[in-house]
Design a protein around this ligand. Structure first.
Ligand code: FES
Length: 159
C-alpha cells in the first residue's frame, strides 16, 4: 500500500548538499563551476558517464582546472591543469608524477607515482536529473584549500 505522496528519502538530495545544476546541462557542457555555500569554488565534471567534483583551483598555484583536459595516466583518469600540466586524479584528488628509476640509464625508464591527495574532492549526488555536491569537510588540510580565499576568487574573476 504505497499511497504516500511523499518522495522516498532515497530520491531526496542529501541534507547538507548544494544544488549545482541540471545533469543534462553539465553533460552537454562537460563541466560546470559554482560557488558553493558562499565560500568554495567547485568544479563538477562529467566524463565517460560519471560525475566528479573537486576544488576548482589547482593545488599547485591556483590554476583554473575548469579549462584542463581529461586524460588517463597509469590507468587513472586525471584532470591536467592548463597552467603547468600537473595531473590530478578525478577519483581521489591525488597528484601523479613520473619518477625516473635510474637517471643514468638509457633510455630513461620512468614510472608513475603519487604525491598523495592534494586536491579536495567532493561528493556528487544526482536526484531526478538534478546534480548536488556535498562538500568534503574533512578537517585535515588539503593543499587546494589554500586557493579558496577571497583573494584568489577575485583574481580569477578578473582573469
Ligand atoms: Fe596547476 Fe601549476 S597551477 S599545475
Amino acid at each position: 500500500t504505497s499511497s504516500s505522496p511523499h518522495t522516498p528519502s532515497s530520491s531526496s538530495p542529501p541534507l547538507s548538499s548544494h544544488f549545482i545544476g541540471r545533469k543534462e546541462d553539465i553533460v552537454k557542457a562537460g563541466r560546470m563551476t559554482k560557488l558553493v555555500n558562499g565560500c568554495r569554488d567547485i568544479l563538477v565534471l562529467h566524463h565517460q558517464g560519471r560525475l566528479h567534483a573537486m576544488d576548482m583551483r589547482c593545488y599547485h598555484s591556483g590554476g583554473p582546472l575548469q579549462h584542463g583536459d581529461i586524460e588517463e595516466f597509469n590507468g587513472l583518469l586525471c584532470i591536467v591543469c592548463p597552467w603547468h600540466k600537473y595531473k590530478i586524479t578525478l577519483a581521489g584528488g591525488e597528484a601523479l608524477y613520473q619518477a625516473v628509476d635510474d637517471p643514468t640509464a638509457k633510455p630513461l625508464r620512468t614510472r608513475w607515482c603519487s604525491k598523495g591527495v592534494k586536491q579536495r574532492i567532493h561528493k556528487v549526488t544526482e536526484v531526478n536529473g538534478d546534480v548536488y555536491v556535498t562538500l568534503n569537510d574533512s578537517s585535515e588540510a588539503i593543499e587546494s584549500d589554500v586557493y579558496q580565499t577571497e583573494r584568489y576568487r577575485t583574481n580569477s574573476l578578473k582573469a
